[in-house]
Design a protein around this ligand. Structure first.
Ligand code: AHR
Length: 325
């Protein structure tokens, strides 16, 4: 019995070592300087896959041990992952919340365990103070504003007097969906030339983008002048549907997308997308530096936004550097 117990304890200790150090590079002493638990949403887009790679790469660079969990687009999986990080006593927890609501309980558990939490990419909505330390991610509101400002310039340039828009939105109740829509709508609301035909949830997925576009084409057909899609994945799903319906994307319909991944930039070069607002997935460096500061008990900025730009038919697309995602 004693031998069995000893055996069991050796296995447990080995497991702890693997969990703590096996996923990243440790310090010279063999023990990791910082153990970071990160819950990723899933792999719904090239953006998301690029974001995961970047975080893995930067963890390696900064010698941070990373416990990475993929939630397969489910909030309950993210909550379970955060509970596991608490049980493993990681130094810092980071996660990209799939939606904004429903995090108070698990984040209170992290707070009670004394583990600082960083929000990556997306924000949460809560009444409670001090559940998270900061958010590192794009200014989604500004992205919506930049998309709308491009549209206003385009409409002026073409001298259009009436424009019908369809909007394919990202995951309902997610920060990019809420903020991109708000930024876009606030910017066009006063313009009497513009009419929104419909906003429809495409969940940031290529397959849903295609489905939504089929529905919109069946419902509104040639009345559609503009497609505003909240990410490249849905745009790349919608474009073949527009072509199948006999329209020329980029000419018969103005196509506006967000992310600016390589595939969308290639389609912009073909003239089938008119404008792509950048949303960079490269948040890993900021994440690692912020986690190290928190571990050292230092203060961090509450909001960290990367600088982003707009790519469109207003410029020579030949000059766009390879995007890396
Ligand atoms: O939260 C960022 C968004 O999520 C990106 O625009 C999208 O491509 C991703 O799935």
């Amino acid at each position: 019995m004693r031998r069995q117990l000893k055996h069991f304890m050796v296995i447990c200790m080995a497991l702890v070592v693997v969990l703590a150090g096996g996923c990243g590079k440790g310090t010279e002493q063999g023990s990791p300087e910082l153990l970071l638990g990160f819950s990723q949403i899933g792999a719904e887009s090239a953006w998301r896959i690029g974001n995961t790679h970047d975080i893995e790469e930067q963890a390696e660079k900064y010698s941070i041990s990373l416990m990475l969990e993929n939630a397969n687009q489910k909030q309950e999986n993210q909550i379970a992952a955060i509970r596991r990080f608490i049980a493993y006593k990681v130094d810092v927890i980071a996660f990209s919340p799939i939606v904004e609501d429903g995090w108070d309980n698990v984040l209170t558990e992290a707070k009670n365990a004394g583990i600082p939490v960083i929000l990556v990419d997306r924000d949460i909505s809560t009444e409670q103070e001090g559940l998270t330390t900061c958010v590192i991610g794009a200014d989604f509101y500004k992205e919506g504003v930049m998309a709308a400002e491009y549209l206003l310039r385009k409409i002026d340039g073409l001298g259009l007097e009436h424009v019908n828009i369809v909007e394919i939105t990202g995951t309902e109740n997610s920060t990019p969906m809420r903020q991109r829509q708000a930024g876009f709508m606030d910017t066009i609301v006063e313009d009497e030339r513009i009419n929104i035909l419909e906003s429809i949830d495409g969940d940031f997925l290529k397959s849903r983008g295609a489905e939504c576009m089929r529905f919109l084409l069946e419902t509104y057909g040639e009345s559609i002048d503009v497609v505003f899609s909240h990410n490249d994945e849905m745009t790349l799903g919608a474009i073949p549907e527009i072509e199948k319906a006999g329209f020329v994307p980029g000419k018969d319909m103005i196509i506006i997308s967000i992310d600016a991944g390589q595939k969308a930039i290639d389609v912009l070069k073909e003239g089938k997308i008119n404008c792509v607002v950048e949303c960079t997935p490269k948040l890993g460096k900021e994440l690692m530096e912020t986690a190290l500061k928190l571990k050292a008990g230092k203060a961090v900025d509450p909001v960290i936004h990367p600088v982003e730009q707009v790519f469109s038919d207003e410029q020579d697309p030949a000059n766009i550097e390879p995007r890396g995602y």
